[in-house]
Design a protein around this ligand. Structure first.
Ligand code: URA
Ligand code: CA
Length: 434
């Protein structure tokens, strides 16, 4: 087999065989297929697309390019959730304990990474003492006992995807449905998921700018998952403005604590209930999505969801007294209200711009070497559609430096106030089941 023939076949719009796809991915992983051939291949896929069968084969070829996590010692159906980007997205922190409280095993492998705020592990480290340095046996034992544990990323998962994603980034081939869908799904499957729930974001803060594009990606991923034997569902949700009110690490932990008790922002709660219902249903713990939602509401109200969060934190060294007294979480020195400059209605809060403002405060990493400040971030006081009076706080800034002029300007630039009433955006555009 020769890579040049595979490229030509795809260039001419033909369907590749399983063996041809495996040849390309294995060769690229071990270096016998060079970057220039893989670039041409990615561009051919970009223009010619892939059939469902090719997409499933590409996904599994990437899964098998490196290590896979064996969660067979964890009892029950392991459901993983993935969100495609977003700003101040607190759903992971809420969903873990929420579904664990219903007996759904959450065996989460998480990373730190770059972004507006930290990754899930960074956020959890706002809880004093909490750590993710667990031996594998300990990790499995905790998931079986408590139904939830989080461990740091280890091993060599989907090296083909790492290499290919970096190559796509510099060859204008990121924005291709078969390539994005196989990239995301390969990582979830390699991490041991039996079933997968996807939260595909749409809007200014998201990868997919329109609901239409997001639906195409969601459907592609749901088909891949089901075609390779992982029950998969998706939600298409709005990220034109940030989800919830908190953007920052300790601030999001506090927001998660509130939401686990049904006292969080309504949009965050609603999305967590929708995604959580799919997780509970796919794990076989409820007979319908509606029944799953009712059970989730029950554990929010009877304290079991919060209890699951405490048990989880305690098992990994965390000081659970922060749950009852969130003022024990890291606090910023300066807490400054940013006043509205006009009367009117909030028409726009550009999610990625606000996220960048939080990052400038130190809430996220601009480069791999940056240190995160867990205490800093932003609390939105208004969301799109809310009425606002001149001088009323729009956003509360939590900073550890007095020098926040640039941040203030960035926030003002990202929020538009209109004289006319504005409708709040729809949060959940759609759900995709098989
Ligand atoms: N996120 C991924 O993990 N892969 C892509 O290709 C795009 C977004
Ligand atoms: Ca949030």
């Amino acid at each position: 087999m020769r890579m040049v023939d595979i490229i030509a076949k795809k260039r001419d719009g033909h369907e590749l065989t399983t063996e041809e796809i495996q040849f390309a991915i294995q060769g690229y992983t071990n270096g016998t297929v060079p970057d220039y051939q893989m670039s041409a291949f990615a561009m051919a896929v970009f223009f010619r697309d892939m059939t469902d069968r090719e997409r499933a084969d590409l996904t599994m070829a990437m899964v098998h390019s490196g290590d896979t996590i064996d969660l067979s010692a964890v009892e029950g159906i392991k459901v993983d959730k993935h969100s495609t980007g977003g700003v101040g997205d607190t759903t992971t922190l809420v969903l873990g304990p929420l579904v664990a409280a219903l007996g759904v095993p959450v065996a989460k492998m998480s990373g730190r990474g770059l972004g507006h705020t930290g990754g899930t592990i960074d956020k959890l480290e706002a809880v004093p003492g909490f750590h993710v340095e667990l031996e594998n046996e300990e990790f499995i034992r905790l998931v079986n006992e408590n139904k939830i544990a989080v461990i740091g990323q280890s091993g060599n998962l989907t090296p083909a995807d790492k290499k290919l994603y970096a190559l796509r980034d510099v060859t204008a081939t990121v924005n291709s449905i078969p390539l994005i869908a196989s990239s995301i799904m390969s990582k979830k499957i390699a991490a041991g998921a039996d079933a997968i729930v996807l939260d595909v974001k749409t809007g200014a803060g998201a990868f997919m700018k329109t609901a239409e594009e997001a639906r195409n990606l969601a459907e592609a991923m749901v088909r891949i998952g089901n075609n390779v034997g992982r029950k998969t569902m998706a939600v298409i949700s709005d990220m034109s403005q940030p989800l919830g009110l908190a953007i920052g690490n300790a601030l999001e932990v506090k927001e998660a604590i509130d939401t686990l008790q049904g006292k969080g922002p309504k949009d965050l709660e609603d999305l967590c209930l929708t995604l959580g219902s799919q997780m509970v249903y796919l794990a076989g713990k409820a007979s319908s999505l509606e029944a799953a939602r009712a059970k989730l509401l029950e554990v929010m109200q009877n304290g079991k969801a919060l209890e699951a969060f405490k048990t989880f934190l305690l098992a990994q060294g965390g000081d659970t007294s922060v749950v009852d007294d969130p003022s024990k979480l890291p606090q910023a020195t300066y807490v400054v209200d940013l006043p509205a400059q006009a009367d009117g209605y909030v028409a726009e809060i550009v999610a990625d711009e606000i996220g960048t403002a939080a990052m400038l405060l130190g809430a996220g990493r601009a480069t791999k070497e940056s240190e995160i400040d867990l205490a800093v971030g932003l609390m939105l006081c208004k969301k799109v559609g809310d009425q606002v009076r001149r001088g009323e706080p729009l956003v509360t800034i939590h900073a550890n430096s007095r020098d926040i002029e640039e941040v203030k300007q960035k926030i003002y630039n990202s929020i538009t106030i209109s004289a006319q009433p504005v409708e709040a955006p729809v949060l959940i555009h759609d759900t995709v089941t098989r």
